[in-house]
Write a protein that binds this ligand. Sequence first.
Ligand code: ACO
Length: 374
Amino acid sequence: MSDDIKKGLLGIVVDETEVSKVMPEINSLTYRGYAAQDLCEYCRFEEVAYLILNKDLPNTIQLRKFEKEEKNNRDLSKDLYSIIKKMPKKSHPMDVARTAVSIMGLEDKETTDSSEEANMRKAIRILAKTPTALAAFYRIRKGKNIIKPKKNLNIAENFFYMCFGKVPQKEIVKAFDVSLILYAEHSFNVSTFTARTITSSLSDIHGAITGAIASLKGPLHGGANEEVMHMMNKIKSPNNALKWINNALDKKEVVMGFGHRVYKSGDSRVPTMKHYMFKVAKLLNKDKYPKMYEILENEMLSKKNIHPNVDFPCGPTYYMMGIDIDFYTPIFVMSRITGWSAHIMEQHASNKLIRPLSKYKGEEVREVMLLNQR
Ligand code: ACO
């Protein structure tokens, strides 16, 4: 392949952004200038969602107004509930999320208005409704009744409530909230770039987020958090971890939850998420996951010098919380809606149609022969 082709857009800077800054050289990530790990320590996900969408942290009054709007928009239309009820029970919840957001676009009164004000209102509606749609499917496929959202709960608490009918202890909610903060935004990754590409043709926010969800589903992107847990379940016990990982490396397999296109010496989100994963394990007396974590991490580092990415601690954290594995990437969606929406608004504000070139390597010009001559 010739040198002028940058397959996978490797190393190509395609635009500017004010939303987040990934700094692999110092292992850091900021949202609108604030370090993600500080946001995890001092803020709730709602504050971070406001920050990402509105460019600054909210004061008390701004947060109250934002949360009120989010809470008032959580419930779904009767039609959407009934469509979700009719979806095949074996559907992957990512496909449910993708279809649900697409239907929200059919129902939204402002779908064709892509002004910044309308996009902000739509972003909050998508942020508010998507967890409800997912939780409804969580219960429907188990043959359980749907639990409607509750306005006196925050986003993290309400998701647990809608899935399980109760809110777990505050340390569990905090770990989940931290995962939402860490998943909220990460510059020009595949799904965000997909959302911006769709937006660049002046398409609407529901379409862009629908496309972004499809892109996030893949195991090389968001889907890795589910694969990590399948892998840990295959390994079963820390005693098997070393043998398993060496066998995988001998067979040149890709080990899920490791490696990153941008971070080559460690994912800035990992130390925070690892800390909360270990906290949850201690609280719930499930030390086999931290043990497995350490063995796999050490072996990947010493044999391949490849660090874990944020999906590595997220997978087992959600598993210990009792969440079905195929809901891990949809949880990522619930959070990343904020980052995608901010990028969609940024793209609209300074748009240029995204249209790269390709180098043709197919047949040279040929003459068409009539059907009876071929
Ligand atoms: N396991 C084993 N080897 C790996 C891994 C891994 N997880 N990641 C990278 N490598 C190896 C590759 O085999 C390659 O080796 P080679 O040079 O001998 O061929 C080398 O490291 C470079 O890897 P690339 O795939 O070329 O790096 P790239 O930047 O294109 O890929 C990616 C990054 C796709 C994330 C890759 O590391 C991967 O597949 N990881 C597993 C999936 C995963 O965890 N994805 C989540 C990403 S984070 C997120 O989306 C939130």
